[in-house]
Design a protein around this ligand. Structure first.
Ligand SMILES: C[S@@+](CC[C@H](N)C(=O)[O-])C[C@H]1O[C@@H](n2cnc3c(N)ncnc32)[C@H](O)[C@@H]1O
Length: 238
């Protein structure tokens, strides 16, 4: 049954949560024909998007949410997520309390998922690392290999209030689509990129959401991928 969660929680304004949810579900419903699928929500924070998708696709999906509370230096966001899972009686959302790294993405390569969410996450991975353009490209390509479809929301390149600023080195005055496209082409990943739209993040302004279709994966994804991922990381399951 396809219900909507009719309130939000977490640090974003409701328009951000609802706007992204509509873009994501519309794309999945129109483009992803699988009857069952696994979604990883990297940096799931308080879990609104994970819970809303789990609820909406309760007959067909497994959602795996990963966060360590690193943004706040505490794990209260995970407590909020678990509370919401209880409140909405969600059965198909597993929360992993762990810090992910590029090694984690590589660990997923042998069992790629159907869908992954990188909602305002990828720029975090460069914090303090002073990556070159080609290092950013490689990191992006490494995570793209972990899923057939990746929904990525990234800071816009023009607003001076955007943070963190490290990602500007990657953008290097190119627009966001060109950055993503050139990174994948440079790493020989066959891809198709769709622009879905943007949501406005307060004074940071609009952030765009894209979908990357990793064309190499197609029909190769195992139906039991959720179980494989959960087994791999069982010590982190909450
Ligand atoms: C900017 S917030 C985005 C939250 C959510 N995806 C959204 O857009 O509504 C970043 C989240 O990712 C988490 N995070 C960032 N890097 C992480 C890492 N390496 N491992 C685990 N969690 C991480 C933070 O704790 C925080 O909850």
């Amino acid at each position: 049954m396809k219900n909507k969660i009719n309130k939000t929680w977490g640090y974003n304004i409701p328009e951000v949560y609802y706007g992204r949810f509509s873009m994501i579900t519309e794309f999945i419903n129109n483009n992803i024909p699988q009857e069952t699928f696994t979604i990883i929500d990297w940096g799931s924070d308080s879990g609104w998007t994970s819970v809303a998708l789990s609820n909406y696709y309760s007959d067909s999906s497994n959602v795996i949410s990963i966060d360590s509370g690193i943004m706040y230096n505490n794990t209260s966001c995970i407590d909020d997520h678990l509370r919401a899972i209880g409140e909405y009686k969600i059965k198909n959302n597993t929360v992993l309390k762990m810090t992910f790294t590029e090694q984690t993405w590589q660990d997923i390569h042998p069992c790629p998922v159907n869908i992954q969410l990188l909602l305002s996450i990828f720029h975090w991975t460069g914090t303090g690392r002073n990556l070159s353009v080609s290092q950013w490209d490689t990191a992006f390509s490494t995570i793209i290999k972990a899923a057939e479809y990746t929904f990525i929301e990234i800071p816009n390149r023009e607003n001076p209030n955007e943070s963190p600023h490290e990602i500007r080195n990657w953008y290097n005055d190119r627009d966001e689509y060109d950055v993503l496209k050139q990174a994948l082409d440079a790493n020989d990943i066959k891809n198709k990129i769709y622009y879905l739209g943007s949501t406005t993040h307060g004074k940071k302004g609009p952030r765009k959401t894209f979908v990357v279709h990793n064309l190499a994966l197609g029909n190769t994804i195992d139906n039991n991928v959720a179980d494989i991922v959960k087994t791999k990381y069982q010590e982190f399951i909450m």
